[in-house]
Design a binder for this molecule. Structure first.
Ligand SMILES: *Cc1c(COP(=O)(O)O)cnc(C)c1O
Length: 466
């Protein structure tokens, strides 16, 4: 009866899957085992493809060959041990495996019907909450990155502002709010982006002065700005320039005197909680109304993954509720479809589940402690390097420095180019305290002392010659 259904020869063949995966696994292993030897960023001029849309397929072997020849040479070794740009983690072996298996099982943990996948995500979120010192009051979900995590936290802050006025922004729109004030000391750029996406506007952010030679908010100045009108405060736990931390305990105390929604951007700084040596930096985190932590940075899981937490799940359902007859209404334990910006989504919790199960909180604490130690050593080396001047103490895993002599934007950019051209390491330029600067962030589980020697030599040469 179904004999006439097409059996074209160019359809993918399920019987090919084992071979395809074996071949890919061997190729992937060769990439990972040579990561340390690849140029950290490819030399300029590696040609990129401009391929016509394939009408007839080349088969998997042809595709892998084409990828390896035309595209892979232009990819950075950002997963490797000496890429110190932005805050870039690598991927632990177990995390890569978990990510692969997320594709193999291809679950959609949006709603609970028929799979335990959403329960795996819920459990993994609870594990993370414990790791970051949050209590049971904080619930959360996986999102794609810290930008989306900040977006969700600020969406909840927006809904909370509406609640103070007796309106629901989710129903009536942001026009029901009137002007909104968002305060922060040294916000990450993604906060402005989130405010734009939320209809609150980038101009709603009012920068609050920071303490002298710090990127941490001056709480006294903030207190003077607040006049009892409900507002949002975006606190920072780990700034990208100097890994500085707001005094979260003092902010929570202030909130008990004057109302505001306390959102904490702990994208990478949240990992301070794992180590007894640094946990004091995030003291008070559990008081936050919403918290953002990135996972593709210091947890060393592949892109893209972050987690968001809040104490006000009711507001989260109000904002992200996706009511449809076939999905049912949100319950006490709402499905993720009612909690996140996405509806359908991948089981990105699986990579995190795998790495935590394989190496445990202790293994991840060791990654954090070792990378901080390496960053401090790099800071010590650079402090004694001619032509280089440190701009801030190395508080955690970020080293912020500039050229000792006339660090103009052009000369600092030229130093960054020379460092990248060595293929040995990659740093990102910034402006700190009005000064053009470079910053090195150590966040990769693979980085070790021999890498540090090479990184330091590349920086010292480039800065001496600039
Ligand atoms: C990286 C970072 C972000 C943005 O993270 P994405 O994962 O790129 O979306 C936000 N805040 C801080 C402090 C960060 O370090």
């Amino acid at each position: 009866m179904l004999d006439d259904v097409t059996t074209a020869t160019d359809l993918p063949d399920p019987a090919d899957a084992p071979d395809v995966l074996d071949t890919t696994s061997r190729y992937a292993a060769s990439i990972l085992s040579s990561l340390h030897a690849r140029p950290v960023v490819p030399p300029e001029g590696v040609p990129v493809g401009d391929e016509p849309l394939p009408m007839t397929g080349e088969g998997f072997a042809g595709a892998l060959d084409a990828f390896a020849r035309r595209w892979a040479p232009g990819f950075s070794a950002s997963a490797g041990p000496r890429y110190l740009g932005f805050v870039t983690g690598g991927s632990t072996p177990a995390a890569v495996a978990g990510d692969w298996l997320a594709a193999v099982f291809d679950q959609n943990p949006a709603a609970s019907d028929g799979s335990s996948a959403p329960d795996l995500e819920r459990q993994t979120v609870r594990w993370l909450a414990r790791m970051f010192g949050l209590g049971d009051a904080h619930a959360g979900a996986f999102v794609t990155g810290a930008t989306m995590s900040n977006f969700v936290g600020l969406a909840l802050g927006r809904e909370w502002l509406g609640e103070q006025l007796g309106v629901s922004v989710a129903d009536s729109g942001v026009g029901a709010l009137g002007p909104v004030r968002v305060y922060s000391g040294a916000p990450h750029s993604s906060t402005y982006k989130a405010l734009s996406m939320l209809g609150l506007g980038r101009d709603s952010l009012r920068p609050v002065p920071t303490l002298p030679d710090r990127e941490a908010i001056d709480v006294t100045r903030l207190a003077a700005e607040l006049d009892g009108t409900p507002a949002i405060v975006v606190a920072n736990a780990g700034t990208v320039n100097t890994a500085d931390f707001d005094d979260l305990r003092a902010l929570a105390d202030l909130r008990s005197r004057t109302p505001f929604w306390l959102h904490v951007d702990a994208a990478f700084g949240g990992f301070a909680a794992l180590s007894p040596s640094f946990a004091h930096l995030v003291d008070g985190l559990a008081e936050a109304d919403s918290v953002c932590v990135d996972l593709h940075k210091w947890l060393n899981v592949p892109y893209d993954a972050a987690v968001q937490f809040t104490r006000r799940r009711d507001l989260q359902v109000q904002v992200f509720r996706n009511s449809a007859a076939y999905l049912g209404l949100p319950t006490e334990n709402p499905d993720f479809v009612h909690l996140t910006p996405e509806n359908s989504r991948r089981l990105r919790a699986l990579a995190t589940w795998f790495t935590l199960t394989a190496y445990g909180q202790d293994g991840h604490r060791s990654i954090v402690e070792r990378t901080v130690e390496l960053a401090r050593r790099l800071g010590d080396l650079l402090a004694d390097t001619p032509g280089v001047r440190l701009l801030a103490p190395v508080r955690l895993n970020v080293v912020c420095f500039t050229l000792a002599d006339s660090p103009t934007p052009e000369r600092v950019a030229e130093a960054a180019r020379r460092i990248a051209a060595t293929g040995e390491t990659f740093l990102t330029p910034t402006v700190y305290n009005g000064q053009p600067a470079l910053r090195a962030a150590v966040s990769n589980w693979r980085t070790g002392p021999p890498d540090l020697v090479r990184i330091h030599a590349a920086i010292a040469d480039a800065c001496a010659g600039t």
